[in-house]
Design a protein around this ligand. Structure first.
Ligand code: SAH
Ligand code: SF4
Length: 355
């Protein structure tokens, strides 16, 4: 059977090239064809002899996930439904800003964490994505926006990556680490590590090592100021409490004073959105002496979910309380509202349509 190249590490590509009887520098050239030029056709790898191109064609494949659906919102947010070779599907979203933008990628099909407010969580875990499946999502975005070969940092529309799509990245650590190291490799896709943010629901024991091995930024889905509320909406909190998660955050920051953590905080009406909740959150941050900013997220409701979004007045009062205490607390502007915005909704609609 032919071996898939996308998702192999530099060392693995080198061993394969050497096993074909080629010199190691050919491995670097192949890497650049794959990840700098985004080339998917061996015949167009013009720095290789015809003989080598034939050998590569006989032994390897270069695969992109299939685009099952693509929706473009009025605000230019773009959402793809992608299908892998076994028919499993995930969503990817591009959220453009003025002269740059973030691509939101998935790490699992479904998710086992089961947060009560999350549409993906209601779909259970089907399987982990491979490193190649994680990387190739971003490659599809580059194909779509014509960003090959890798443009310089200043001219990129697809400038940032957020690992905030379907799945819990720290439940698929090895593949996520491998994928992030491919995405950030300077000879290929070359997204700066500081332009990638990985969001986790707080799998405490895996936080520090994963960040150490990738150098990307950390976001924590906190969503509550105490264990009682957090356990009610995020059952994972019964396994890793707020204290354990924040201790891991402290350890992460202790190694490098420049590391800021973003705490995501979803505002749910009557659950976690009072001014008292905000004050408790401030006390928590002060107790752990964390350098933190908040990202306040308006709840995206979906059919069958028990929660309601906070009112604009409550969101404002919550944000003001945090900001008065010196924390940045921007409210995320909802994007792509006209194209089934809650993560997992496009997938579930298409799954129903396709049986
Ligand atoms: N599993 C990881 C990353 C994917 S979820 C995590 O939980 O952090 C990415 C973000 O989307 C999380 O902060 C999550 O809490 C948030 N989210 C989930 N469901 C949402 C919804 N219905 N509306 C708004 N944000 C949601
Ligand atoms: Fe999983 Fe994140 Fe959704 Fe929770 S919010 S169920 S961890 S994808």
């Amino acid at each position: 059977m032919k071996k898939e190249l996308i998702g192999l590490s530099k060392q693995e590509i080198e061993s394969l090239v050497i096993s074909l009887g080629e010199k190691p520098f050919r491995a670097k050239q192949l890497w650049q064809w794959l990840y700098f030029h985004g080339q998917t056709d061996f015949d167009k790898m013009t720095s290789f002899s015809k003989d080598l191109r034939e050998k590569l064609k006989t032994n390897f494949t270069i695969t992109r996930p299939k685009i099952v659906a693509k929706q473009l919102s009025k605000d230019k947010t773009c959402k793809w439904l992608l299908e892998f070779s076994d028919g499993q599907r995930v969503e990817m979203v591009y959220i453009p800003e003025e002269d740059r933008g973030a691509v939101c990628i998935s790490t699992q099909v479904g998710c086992a964490v089961g947060c009560k407010f999350c549409h993906t969580g209601s779909q259970k875990l089907t399987r982990n994505l491979t490193a190649g499946e994680i990387v190739s999502q971003f490659m599809v975005a580059r194909d779509t926006y014509g960003e090959w070969p890798s443009p310089t940092n200043e001219t990129r529309y697809l400038s940032n990556i957020v690992v905030m799509g379907m799945g819990e990245p720290l439940h698929n650590v090895e593949n996520v680490i491998k994928a992030l190291n491919i995405l950030t490799d300077g000879d290929g896709i070359a997204i700066s590590r500081r332009r990638i943010t990985m969001s986790t629901s707080g799998i405490a024991p895996k936080i520090v090592r994963t960040l150490e091995q990738t150098g990307v930024r950390l976001a924590i889905s906190l969503h509550a100021p105490n264990n009682e509320i957090r356990s009610q909406i995020m059952p994972i909190n019964n396994k890793f409490s707020i204290e354990e998660v924040l201790k891991a955050c402290q350890e992460y920051q202790a190694k490098d004073g420049s590391r800021y953590i973003t705490f995501e905080y979803l505002l749910l009406d009557g659950i976690n959105d009072s001014v008292d909740n905000a004050k408790e959150l401030i006390a928590l941050m002060k107790k752990y002496k964390l350098r933190a900013s908040f990202n306040l997220i308006p709840f995206n409701s979906w059919p069958g979910c028990a929660f309601k979004p906070s009112t604009p007045q409550n969101i404002k009062a919550f944000a003001d309380t945090l900001e008065k205490a010196g924390f940045a607390a921007p409210v995320r502007v909802p994007r792509g509202q006209d194209i089934l915005a809650a993560c997992g909704q496009l997938k579930s609609k298409k799954d129903q349509e396709c049986g």
